[in-house]
Design a protein around this ligand. Sequence first.
Ligand SMILES: *[C@@H]1O[C@H](CO)[C@@H](O)[C@H](O)[C@H]1NC(C)=O
Ligand SMILES: *[C@@H]1O[C@H](CO)[C@@H](O)[C@H](O)[C@H]1NC(C)=O
Ligand SMILES: *[C@@H]1O[C@H](CO)[C@@H](O)[C@H](O)[C@H]1NC(C)=O
Ligand SMILES: *[C@@H]1O[C@H](CO)[C@@H](O)[C@H](O)[C@H]1NC(C)=O
Ligand SMILES: *[C@@H]1O[C@H](CO)[C@@H](O)[C@H](O)[C@H]1NC(C)=O
Ligand SMILES: *[C@@H]1O[C@H](CO)[C@@H](O)[C@H](O)[C@H]1NC(C)=O
Ligand SMILES: *[C@@H]1O[C@H](CO)[C@@H](O)[C@H](O)[C@H]1NC(C)=O
Ligand SMILES: *[C@@H]1O[C@H](CO)[C@@H](O)[C@H](O)[C@H]1NC(C)=O
Ligand SMILES: *[C@@H]1O[C@H](CO)[C@@H](O)[C@H](O)[C@H]1NC(C)=O
Ligand SMILES: *[C@@H]1O[C@H](CO)[C@@H](O)[C@H](O)[C@H]1NC(C)=O
Length: 500
Amino acid sequence: MGLVFLLLLVVFSAVSADEDAFVGVNIGTELSDMPNPTQVVALLKAQQLHHVRLFDADEAMLVALANTKISVIISVPNDQLLGVGQSNETAANWVKRNVLAHVPATNITAIAVGSEVLTTLPNAAPVLISAMNFIHSALVAAKLDSQIKVSSPHSSSLILDSFPPSQAFFNRTWNPVMVPLLKFLQSTNSYLMLNVYPYYDYVQSNGAIPLDYALFRPLPANKEAVDSNTLLHYTNVFDAVVDAAYFAMADINFTNVPIVVTESGWPSKGDSSEQDANLDNANTYNSNLIRHVYNNTGTPKHPGIAVSTYIYELYNEDQRPGRISEKNWGLFDANGIPVYTLHLTGSGTVLSNDTTNQTYCVAKEGADKKMLQAALDWACGPGKVDCSPLMQGQPCYDPDTVVAHASYAFDAYYRRMGMADGTCNFNGVATISTSDPTHGSCIFPGSHGRNGTLFNGTSSLAPSTNSTVSSSHPRYYYHGDPLFCVTLVLSLVLWMATFF
Ligand SMILES: *[C@@H]1O[C@H](CO)[C@@H](O)[C@H](O)[C@H]1NC(C)=O
Ligand SMILES: *[C@@H]1O[C@H](CO)[C@@H](O)[C@H](O)[C@H]1NC(C)=O
Ligand SMILES: *[C@@H]1O[C@H](CO)[C@@H](O)[C@H](O)[C@H]1NC(C)=O
Ligand SMILES: *[C@@H]1O[C@H](CO)[C@@H](O)[C@H](O)[C@H]1NC(C)=O
Ligand SMILES: *[C@@H]1O[C@H](CO)[C@@H](O)[C@H](O)[C@H]1NC(C)=O
Ligand SMILES: *[C@@H]1O[C@H](CO)[C@@H](O)[C@H](O)[C@H]1NC(C)=O
Ligand SMILES: *[C@@H]1O[C@H](CO)[C@@H](O)[C@H](O)[C@H]1NC(C)=O
Ligand SMILES: *[C@@H]1O[C@H](CO)[C@@H](O)[C@H](O)[C@H]1NC(C)=O
Ligand SMILES: *[C@@H]1O[C@H](CO)[C@@H](O)[C@H](O)[C@H]1NC(C)=O
Ligand SMILES: *[C@@H]1O[C@H](CO)[C@@H](O)[C@H](O)[C@H]1NC(C)=O
């Protein structure tokens, strides 16, 4: 018995504990003003996010992620699953196009084959295993199988009777798929990808699950859930669901497949029937989740075994169909501005730019006016900052000085670039400040004083993905001076010459 236990530990640690648990993010792209891949990567870097999952294998995104060390899970979308699962040649081509073309520059570490296939696309279930096998064979042929894992994310709703966790089992209808799937994961040293949404468990429980239990808030000892079979104490829904998955695997005799949570999060906004989708709860859930993961506590069943987790999701996706909550799972808006300020003291550097003092990029005191003007023109032109708030009659027109206008434009640019290193320079005339330059009705991007109404609709700072130098954004005409056009072109040329 002792030996078996020891062996299990060894197997587990071989796959998961060689690396501490980490927090990553999912990057959905259904935004009306999706930042371009360079901006997405700038945000990831500024927020120290080193692990991402894409819902596809977008070429531009994979190129932007090259040489960043960021580890990337790419996905075979459900609509490509049939093709890949029916032909090893299609699968090999998929790997060639989406993997071989990008490694090693882009650090692809896993391929998620389909998404919640058994619960959302059961008709494709018969090809899921062959799709995974074909993709894996193509990786073997390219000698990439040890560094790139193949798996498939599952909904936790596949697990039935999940409390107490020790009685959980996978919906037996799917045993003919789950058994070979777990065999595959086991023999390829891969892991189970699991989507864990305490928000839905809570909402669907009709009050049976206390909100505090879903949000990782401390519970009085007498309210902690105890699994009467194992006497393990559960202080939160997340751990209970992950343990239910371990028990469900054990139920069909798999005891050494680690789990990575590919999605978890909480919406920050909902309609009137979704009262618990709000800023406070989203902040509490995600802050506690991040601290929980980094604490390396594991779960009651497997203490100390890493359960790395990808937060759903990086951006609010305003184009997603469905209820209001569906569009509000993001940590950031399209401008890279945090939707709320996470409470992460003591949990490392990931996302910690949310919790440290806000920084602003402003014009340097005493900077040369001509250089400021040139930099301002650049920011409002090729830099693609929307400078319309600086126009006469708009909130940031006053004071009508090049210093004040440049500060606004610099800060907007800096924020759009995810506050990345080197994006607050402007040929040396810009500097980082911790005091909020917001004045009167002119609210600076990222200001805590912003009222959620700052960039109303049309004046988004994020450029469209379709970004060439001839921006479709309104040009900034300083004073309408006829000479300005000439000055603009000249200063542009100068600026480009000095910077590139
Ligand atoms: C790729 O990501 C993995 C997991 O984070 C990391 O261990 C590895 O060092 C990265 N590789 C490169 C080349 O950056
Ligand atoms: C596909 O499978 C067939 C039969 O097993 C094999 O001969 C062929 O080499 C495979 N093709 C690829 C691209 O792996
Ligand atoms: C199990 O899965 C089958 C097939 O999708 C489904 O019809 C059934 O409702 C599921 N059982 C439960 C209890 O959810
Ligand atoms: C698991 O193992 C037990 C005992 O060996 C066996 O009775 C059972 O059929 C196995 N279950 C599956 C799904 O293979
Ligand atoms: C972190 O881990 C320690 C020891 O494992 C535990 O006592 C503590 O409650 C954990 N903190 C959090 C926030 O999970
Ligand atoms: C934030 O800025 C204020 C004033 O500059 C400073 O006193 C405080 O220590 C800073 N806080 C952090 C967390 O850096
Ligand atoms: C926050 O982002 C800035 C700009 O990229 C970076 O210099 C700084 O190190 C980051 N702070 C933390 C705590 O990660
Ligand atoms: C937000 O806007 C309302 C109404 O315009 C105003 O009363 C309130 O003071 C503003 N709050 C902040 C923090 O600016
Ligand atoms: C923002 O847009 C909405 C709807 O178009 C409008 O009702 C609201 O007054 C606008 N807010 C500001 C500050 O312009
Ligand atoms: C850029 O956007 C415009 C308007 O949305 C569109 O007509 C044009 O085809 C796009 N160009 C590219 C290269 O995507």
